[in-house]
Design a binder for this molecule. Sequence first.
Ligand SMILES: C[S@@+](CC[C@H](N)C(=O)[O-])C[C@H]1O[C@@H](n2cnc3c(N)ncnc32)[C@H](O)[C@@H]1O
Length: 264
Amino acid sequence: VNSSPRIAAAKPVAVGARPDGATGEQEASARVREMFGGIAPRYDLLNHVLSLSLDRLWRRRVARRFRKVLERADARVLDVCCGTGDLTLALARRGDASVIGSDFAHPMLVRAEQKSQSAANGDRRHGKLVGYIEADALSLPFADASFDLVTAAFGFRNLANYDRGLLELFRVLRPGGQMAILEFAEPQGAIFGRLYRFYFRRILPRIGGAISGSSFAYSYLPNSVGKFPAPQELAQRMAAAGFSEPKFELWTGGSVALHRATKK
Ligand SMILES: C[S@@+](CC[C@H](N)C(=O)[O-])C[C@H]1O[C@@H](n2cnc3c(N)ncnc32)[C@H](O)[C@@H]1O
């Protein structure tokens, strides 16, 4: 299914996200936070336009995959790197679990809060959405073993240290708890892979830059996906962080991967 030896060999082991020009973890983190803060007002629109609305389907599919835990009224769920809260809401709508969203970019959380208010005012079911908190996913303000499910959609790739991120997610999970990371991947099929790379590297940065006003953010996107560990490597790193049964499934021609694992 996955990366060819040629691609795997060409990729150095990534410590974490390094937006161009960032030298260390602190600087990388600050640049990522500033970048997402800047694009927050246009973030949802761009997500839907650039993915042809597939992003909604992907998040709903994540919620379906974890419906058993989401249907439990006693379950606690944390969605890290929640951005404007689309996955957080999809998880909360799926059942009766208490769901919290966290992110370190304040403007993203403001949008998330507005959306959950308008969902509530429009009487749309939003389950037990406890609320949103501003927090760095590398240093979460929660006690050990607090959650039954921890998720991250399109956010994990932006962490300044992936192994530390995995350890932090592991720490806040209860024994028996599950972790899910939804991320972009690079399709390997000859024709679709080529078409996808053309779209992702040539077209998307132009549309994204024009609508968001940040050419940096939308050239960072394909660059960061290119440097992100291939699915098999991420699965190995999950196991090294202590997770059991790490596995992944590829969606939409291999352009998106859902990684999951359990804390035994
Ligand atoms: C591409 S957005 C994804 C948002 C949302 N999960 C979604 O599916 O649309 C990535 C989010 O990760 C957040 N993020 C990146 N690094 C983070 C960190 N270290 N701690 C908390 N949030 C982080 C950014 O602020 C941004 O809101």
